[in-house]
Design a protein around this ligand. Sequence first.
Ligand SMILES: Nc1ncnc2c1ncn2[C@@H]1O[C@H](COP(=O)(O)OP(=O)(O)O)[C@@H](O)[C@H]1O
Ligand SMILES: [Mg+2]
Length: 231
Amino acid sequence: MIALPDEVVQGLGIATYRALEKFYSRRNEVWKLEVKTCEGVDRLLVAKRFSNSSHCSREAGLLSGLAQRGASVPEVLYHWSGWMVTEYIEGPLLLDVFFCEPLLLMFGDNLERLYRALGQIDAGIVLGDMNLRNFILNRERNRIYRVDLESAGAGDVPEDLGKLCAFCLTYDPPFTEDKMEITRALLHHLVGRLQAPVEQVKEEVLLELLRIESRRRMTVPYEVRVAVAAW
Ligand SMILES: Nc1ncnc2c1ncn2[C@@H]1O[C@H](COP(=O)(O)OP(=O)(O)O)[C@@H](O)[C@H]1O
Ligand SMILES: [Mg+2]
């Protein structure tokens, strides 16, 4: 169960709360909360307890900076000593819809806003963790939201795009014809939208596939490498 520190409860003016769901996370504890405020308002919030508490204020600062600059990220409501509370973003993870409904225009729009805003905050930093679990599709606002800025740091956009495409290819079941075709379309759409050099992005996809092979003990078929190189 989750027990919010008193500091957080008071800081947010919470009268009562209960956890509705614990989200999948390898590093942290992330909960969906139903909250009643002292003014009697019901709200859905997300509380993230960082395993490394020094990462919390950095993520909260980045999310706030991105929101101010028009990027689609959840609003940070409070953070304190390794705990961050944000608004809850309604909708499925991009991972759960992307291969049926690739939403290339919306995804490109989301990434363009994010990289523009990140560049204004600190030139030379990128998103870092390009897992599709870090993106939520909110149909009501017609936007894809980015959560999780914990791995944002020095890097370049082609590197991020290469990782994104390599992750797309390797979700279970990996390397299907559909995944190959959708990921190829994603790569070309994003390369155009973000003006990234296509050859460098393809190299980054191949590099990340090599890392995935050793990290997850997965074999990348030779034909997949040949196909990616020819995209
Ligand atoms: N604001 C939010 N609204 C809805 N779901 C969220 C929100 N923030 C996080 N989540 C869910 O929690 C999961 C883990 O959160 P994330 O910030 O990615 O933490 P981690 O660093 O542990 O991966 C996400 O994949 C998503 O399912
Ligand atoms: Mg995450």
